[in-house]
Ligand binder design. Structure first.
Ligand SMILES: [Zn+2]
Length: 372
């Protein structure tokens, strides 16, 4: 339908094949369901060899597509003298979306689901509908669970936020989904002509054995995380990166980023370069005051050491067990980029790409100055 459909990143398998064609070293991290490999790619050829690779991860939440696309663009033309380690897509099943993942699960190929009715029919045909009320349908098909929403359902305002708030209020559903990944359709107004059941749809929701409802940027402090989280944790433990970029998107229409503890302590030159470049290129920032109402956090929960840079206020709040927090505990400075999903995807990609390129250039400068 659009030129996006021609690109390798619209299908996880094609994306990792495209990384391979760049000649990057493939690192197996594990496998999730449907025998789907979780992989990283290292660009070993680099002028600077005496530093750990800079880790660039993307795709924890499928709808935050600008991250996956930005990582791919950097892999194609790094413009960086150090080594780079890419995790192209942290959630392959969610990234591929409901149509392709359900199709793989049932041996049917891509099901090309377009409507709520088609999705529910497919769920009924291949599995068991466990909830159907007021336009929300949840179904279990083998080891996976799937969601669909009637177009009139208010949860369409943000499908991922909606279901993560809904499930904990329904213990019977939490019970039925224990240990399962729930594939969530995309938010219609962010789909830009794509099917909400297609690639880059809603963020996969994971319900762990204890009944905790979360997603793939949670569970990093869990003893029994999903393999998507465990694999990334092990990679970070092994590589011990000094610098990490985890590419996300969030509410609003501007750019911002979360800085973890080490990023606050020694990464000011990096986050300032990212923010200054985004502003100089004419992109808006999402200031902390703009963001807080969406997060439902009290004033003072986050601090803003620089415009558009957020960090957990250690005196006020326990930060979530996200990847950035996990890498912080090993001393790695992590910048979790957050572009505003209310902008068109192409625009979000440009903002995220210039920010990350400015960030890695600033790291290079710190290396040259012997300050990092
Ligand atoms: Zn995210």
């Amino acid at each position: 339908m659009t030129r996006w459909d021609e690109a390798p990143y619209t299908c996880y398998q094609r994306l990792i094949e495209a990384y391979e064609r760049l000649g990057l070293r493939r690192i197996e991290l594990g496998k999730t369901l449907l025998d789907t490999p979780l992989v990283a790619f290292c660009r070993d050829e680099a002028e600077v060899q005496d530093r750990p690779p800079v880790l660039i991860a993307a795709g924890a939440h499928a709808e935050e597509a600008a991250g996956v696309i930005t990582a791919w663009r950097l892999a194609q033309s790094p413009g960086f003298r150090g080594r780079l380690l890419f995790v192209p897509c942290r959630d392959p099943l969610g990234w591929d979306g409901i149509s392709r993942t359900l199709g793989r699960l049932t041996g049917q190929g891509d099901l090309h689901l377009e409507t709520h009715r088609q999705a529910v029919e497919a769920y009924r045909h291949w599995g068991e509908v466990i909830y159907q009320r007021e336009g929300l349908v949840l179904a279990v098909v083998g080891p996976l669970a799937f969601m669909s929403l009637d177009p009139e359902h208010p949860g369409n305002a943000d499908t991922g936020e909606f279901i993560q708030a809904f499930l904990p209020r329904h213990p019977d559903l939490v019970d039925a989904l224990r240990g399962k990944r729930l594939l969530v359709p995309g938010t219609p107004r962010h789909a830009e002509g794509r099917s909400v059941y297609g690639w880059g749809g809603g963020p996969t929701v994971y319900v762990d054995e204890s009944g905790r409802v979360g997603n793939f940027n949670r569970f990093f402090a869990s003893e029994t995380p999903p393999v998507e989280v465990a694999a990334l944790r092990e990679l970070a433990d092994r590589v011990r990166p000094e610098w990490v970029f985890d590419l996300h998107e969030n509410f609003g229409g501007g750019f911002g980023l979360y800085a973890n503890g080490p990023a606050l302590q020694r990464g000011a030159a990096v986050y300032r370069a990212m923010i200054d470049t985004v502003v100089a290129e004419g992109f808006p920032l999402n200031r902390l005051d703009d963001l807080l109402p969406y997060l439902g956090l009290p004033e003072g929960a986050l601090v803003e050491p620089y415009p558009g840079v957020y960090s957990a206020n250690p005196s006020r709040r326990m930060p979530p067990d996200a990847f950035g927090v996990y890498t912080g505990q090993m001393g790695a400075a992590c910048f979790t980029t957050e572009m505003g999903l209310e902008q068109p995807l192409d625009y979000r990609c440009r903002a995220t790409e210039i920010a990350v390129r400015a960030g890695v250039r600033a790291i290079e400068t710190l290396w040259e100055e012997g300050e990092a």
